[in-house]
Design a protein around this ligand. Structure first.
Ligand code: ATP
Length: 305
């Protein structure tokens, strides 16, 4: 009888995996209500990532024909380097990330990875090459081990444990009565924002992609958790081409290059030092956020007194 049920189990597993993958991607990119019209070209080939050099050449894009969101973006992200994208709300930062994943096609210009136009490669191979640590990680009603491994169903328990260590969440998991078998999600243990983000980091470590997109959380984590997570993120960025969508400037200081996006255009570009010296938009944003930080620290000091 079990032989009869095994294929059914398998089907169930395939269904769960696909469905959850889709939910996760959709949630990451707020795509629940969006049709993804992008199709593989009939002669599409698999993306071959030699180094992970990402380029935007004069990219134009709009969700609707009558409203252009990206207005001629040029970006060059050399293999293994980190690019941070900053700018006001609505500037088009998340849109850039969605285009790298090819949830939409550009309306002008092109995006390439190691010289291959994203429109010429199979989407599956593209998405296999890119890891995402989203703002808010969706957890499934399953065990924490499953949640870490779900991107790589073939991962061994040792690999899952190593990823958890790399994401600095192993100690927390060990402290749970059922360890990796503890159920999480809506019907299980609730994780904090920082813990969820670590689960996403562990997933990414297991996937080991050459290209990484970090969509930094807008919701504030406490400053100690944020500092811990920042250190973990810097560790996983090493050796990968990384694009950070940043909301807090304090987390982009180490980036090889920072671009400031405003109304769909790159208005400044350089290292943290160069941009401060230029005394432009970035310097102004930095000074404003530094003043806010000081104010918060002042408040903390009052509270602890
Ligand atoms: P934030 O820092 O607030 O996350 P952002 O710089 O990431 O902002 P985007 O999310 O890229 O900005 O949005 C850029 C513009 O595109 C906004 O004006 C937004 O309203 C619009 N937009 C985003 N997603 C869609 C969509 N699915 N359909 C239509 N317009 C959209």
């Amino acid at each position: 009888l079990s032989q009869l049920f095994r294929p059914l189990d398998m089907l169930g597993w395939v269904y769960r995996t696909i469905r959850q993958g889709v939910i996760d991607m959709a949630a990451m990119f707020d795509l629940i209500d969006t049709d993804t019209e992008v199709r593989d070209a009939p002669d599409a080939t698999d993306l071959k990532v030699a180094k992970g050099h990402v380029r935007f050449d004069n990219v134009h894009f709009g969700y609707d024909a009558d409203r252009e969101i990206l207005k001629g973006i040029d970006l060059d992200v050399p293999a293994g380097s980190t690019l941070a994208v900053v700018g006001p709300s609505g500037a088009g930062k998340s849109t850039l990330a969605r285009l790298i994943f090819r949830f939409y096609d550009v309306t002008g210009g092109r995006i390439t990875i190691d010289g291959q136009d994203l429109r010429d490669v199979r989407q599956e191979s593209l998405r296999a090459a890119i890891g995402i640590v989203p703002q808010d990680t969706v957890l499934f009603n399953d065990t924490i081990g499953y949640n870490i491994a779900y991107g790589r169903a073939d991962a061994s328990p040792d690999e899952v444990a190593a990823a958890a260590r790399g994401a600095a969440i192993a100690g927390f998991i060990q402290s749970l009565p059922q360890g990796f078998d503890t159920r999480v999600g809506e019907r299980g243990l609730k994780l904090s924002g920082g813990e969820k983000q670590r689960v996403a980091i562990a997933r990414t470590l297991l996937k080991d992609p050459p290209i990484l997109i970090l969509d930094e959380a807008t919701s504030a984590l406490d400053s100690r958790t944020e500092a811990d997570i920042q250190a973990t993120l810097e560790a996983i960025e090493r050796g990968r081409t990384t694009i950070v969508i940043a909301h807090r400037l304090s987390t982009v200081v180490h980036a090889d290059r920072i671009v400031v996006l405003e109304s769909g255009r790159v208005v400044e570009s350089g290292t943290h030092g160069e941009l401060l010296a230029a005394k432009g938009v970035y310097a102004e944003m930095w000074n404003r956020q530094a003043a806010e930080r000081e104010e918060e620290d002042g408040d903390d000091a009052l509270v602890t007194k």
